[in-house]
Design a protein around this ligand. Structure first.
Ligand code: ATP
Ligand code: MG
Length: 420
């Protein structure tokens, strides 16, 4: 059996007795060692994260008194009075400390109107976060925007993230305690389930949306083996074509969206950096897209090619009956405001994408990277809980909050327009 120790021993023998020229078997051993080591290191990190009180194994965000006042718009005196009226326990040791669930209770209590923004007739907003280029910030935008929409706005949004990238990065952020027994989007797409008596596919789809450490934010996770869906989809297409039958590539994902969209106001789709059944399906089922673009010349070039692809792909999607996107947002991402080259490229991207950009960019921040190491977004923790420079977290939270409000304004606009 291969384990880390046997691989280590064999490698040690080869390096010190045979020299470092490797044959194919030795090369394979190196790769196996890399795989075992990196998985062990990931598992160790995950164990450190999975000690929290939230359903996904993380901690609920906590707030000190100043942060609680900022989050609710109340003064120090008002918040103490309301906490008393609601019977919330606000003392941790000798310090004021409440968590995000308490913040939600206070927001509900203080609201003079229903906090739900979506009317019964309004359709769910399905946003594909997409760019075929890897590493442009798709997952960071998906997780940060979905968390921010739930934690930073006065209104209440029920939000679902469907992770369509088998790399599973968004799932690691939102459901690090994913177990083998949990259902994934791949199980639903592939048909890897048996329904109980009286259970419908809709029931199963809803139970496959797991709660996170942010109230009202849910995730339908993915695991690496769900990559098989791409192969299965190709096979289904070939089978259908050989029988002269029609094949609808997006139907499996559409079934999932149709089953869950009554329960969520906004659904984010995190997409993989390649073109396959999952990506094309995401583009079909979405009614809005966000395209994160890095402010480098190479990334501009590849994003421009992605728009060529999108133009061609959309012609097909249109023929399949798509009704058009409500909004297309090109979003310069990880923009370093101290770099002239980056701000200049970001502004060229915005000029070229006039009317299809948010009013602000998603700025580069060390705090985003620090939080990412613990599989957190910048809205998963308050500055009082943050180990590194607190001001850097506050700064990026403030600038990103402006983006969240811009997204919220678009969502409200879409619902308002559809009601006319
Ligand atoms: N605004 C930002 N500031 C600093 N770092 C960022 C920012 N946005 C993203 N990053 C970092 O850039 C890297 C790539 O981001 P991310 O994983 O979100 O990209 P992606 O497009 O989802 O990648 P892939 O194509 O592999 O799915 C990550 O290490 C992330 O922490
Ligand atoms: Mg990603």
């Amino acid at each position: 059996m291969i384990n880390a120790n046997s691989i280590k021993k064999t490698l040690h023998y080869y390096f010190f007795n045979v020299g470092i020229i490797m044959n194919a078997d030795e090369t394979l051993l190196v790769f196996q060692k890399l795989a075992v080591d990196s998985q062990q290191s990931l598992d160790m990190d995950r164990h450190k994260i999975l000690v929290g009180d939230a359903p996904n194994g993380k901690y609920f965000r906590t707030y000190n008194q100043r942060e609680a006042c900022d989050a609710t718009g109340l003064s120090h005196r008002q918040i103490i009075k309301i906490i008393d009226e609601l019977g919330i326990d606000s003392v941790d040791g000798r310090k004021f400390c409440i968590d995000i669930n308490d913040i939600e209770k206070i927001r509900d209590y203080c609201s003079n109107y229903a906090r739900n923004a979506r009317g019964s007739e309004d359709k769910a907003i399905v946003i594909a976060v997409s760019n075929l280029k890897g590493g442009t910030g798709k997952t960071t935008v998906t997780t940060t925007f979905s968390t921010g929409l739930c934690s930073e706005t006065d209104k209440k949004y029920k939000v679902l993230v469907i992770d369509l990238d088998p790399q599973g990065t968004a799932s690691m952020y939102l459901k690090p305690n994913l177990s083998n027994d949990d259902f994934t989007v791949g199980d639903l797409l592939i048909g890897n389930y048996e329904l109980d008596e009286k259970e419908t596919f809709e029931d199963l789809a809803i139970t496959s949306c797991y709660p996170t450490n942010t109230p009202d934010l849910f995730v339908m996770p993915i695991r690496p083996s769900d990559r098989n869906y791409e192969v299965l989809s190709k096979k289904r297409q070939n089978d259908a074509e050989s029988k002269g039958e029609e094949f609808v590539v997006y139907q499996d994902l559409k079934n999932i969206i149709d089953s869950v969209s009554h329960a969520f106001d906004v659904i984010f789709l995190d997409t993989p950096p390649n073109f396959g059944a999952l990506t094309i399906s995401a583009h079909f089922v979405a009614n809005s897209i966000i395209v994160p673009v890095l402010p480098s010349q190479n990334d501009r070039d590849s994003t421009s090619k992605y728009f060529d692809f999108l133009t061609e792909a959309y012609k097909v999607i249109q023929l399949l009956g798509h009704n058009g996107y409500e909004s297309v947002n090109v979003l310069p991402t990880a923009v370093d405001i101290h770099s002239n080259a980056q701000t200049s490229i970001a502004s060229k991207v915005r000029v070229a994408s006039a009317n299809n950009c948010f009013s602000v960019d998603f700025l580069e921040s060390e705090a985003i990277k620090n939080c990412a190491e613990k599989q957190n977004t910048i809205f998963d923790q308050s500055a009082s809980e943050y180990d590194a420079t607190k001001q850097s977290l506050k700064n990026i939270q403030n600038s990103t909050r402006t983006l969240i409000y811009a997204l919220e304004a678009q969502i409200l606009q879409i619902w308002k327009k559809d009601r006319k």
